[in-house]
Design a protein around this ligand. Sequence first.
Ligand code: CP
Length: 290
Amino acid sequence: MKRIVDLNELSLEQIQNIIDEAIAFKNGKVIDYHQKKVVANLFFEPSTRTHYSFDMAAGNLGCRTQNFEASNSSLKKGETLYDTCKLFESIGCDALVIRHPEEDYFKQLEKLNVPILNAGDGKGNHPSQSLLDLMTIKEEFGHFEGLNVVIVGDILHSRVAHSNYHVMQRLGMNVYTSGPLEYKQEGYNYVDFDDVIEDMDIVMLLRVQHERHVGDENFSKEKYHQIYGLSLERYQRLKETAIIMHPAPINRDVEIKDELVESEKSRIFTQMQNGVFVRMAMLHKVLENE
Ligand code: CP
C-alpha cells in the first residue's frame, strides 16, 4: 500500500489483511527494522491516543520516530503543509503520520514520494480509529456480517462516524446512527436510541465536542446524558453479549455514565490497546508497500 488515508480506497481484502496482521502482532508476531526506518508524526491538531500509539507502534517495529511540534515550528513563519511534509521526506523519513484540521488535506500532498498514514482529517476520515474498532469487533464476535451497531452522538462532525459508517456497511454490518437531530447526517440510517438499544450488538458512543457548544446556553450536559447518553438504566437493557465502544477522549457522565466506562461490557480500553497493534500493521503495510 502506498498510503492509508481513506478506507474507501482499500479493498475489503486489504482491510481484513490489516486487521489479521494486527491480531498477529497482538499474539506475538515480530517485525524489526533495526532502527533503519524513520516514521514522522506530524500532528497539526491535538491528539493523545493516536499520536502516542503511532509512536509506540513505530518503536515496536524497531523504527525511529520524529515528533513534529507544530507550535514551535516554521508553520509560525508561514510554511505550508506541503512544504513541511516535503521537508520530512527530504531529511529521510520513510512514512508520514499526519493529523490535520482540513478535510482531505492529503489531496494536496499527492506529489510526495513518501507514504502517508492519515491520523485524522477534519471531519473527514479517521482510518486508524476505524481499523482498531474493527479489530476489537472481530476479536469479540469473530465476524462482521449481520452485526447490529448504533453510533450515537454528533454524527455530522465526527470523522470516526463517517469512516465507520461506510466500512461497516461494506463489511455487511447493520449500521444505525442516533443523537441530536441537528447533528444527523443526511443519507445515514437514523434511529431513536431507545427504540433499538435492546437489539444492538455494539453501542458506539461519540465524544460530545464541547468546543462546539461554547456560548450555547441551551446545551446542558445533564440533559444530553438523559436523552442520548448511556445511562445505568439503558445499560440494563443491553443484550447480554453486547459491547460498548467509544473512540475517546470521554466526557464521563455526559455520553456515558462514569461507572460504565470500565464496566463488564466496555471495550474502551481494549480499543486503545488494539490501536497500537493496528498502527503497527498499517506502518508495516506502507513501509513494505504491500
Ligand atoms: N480517538 C482519538 O483519535 O483520540 P486522540 O484525539 O486522543 O488521538
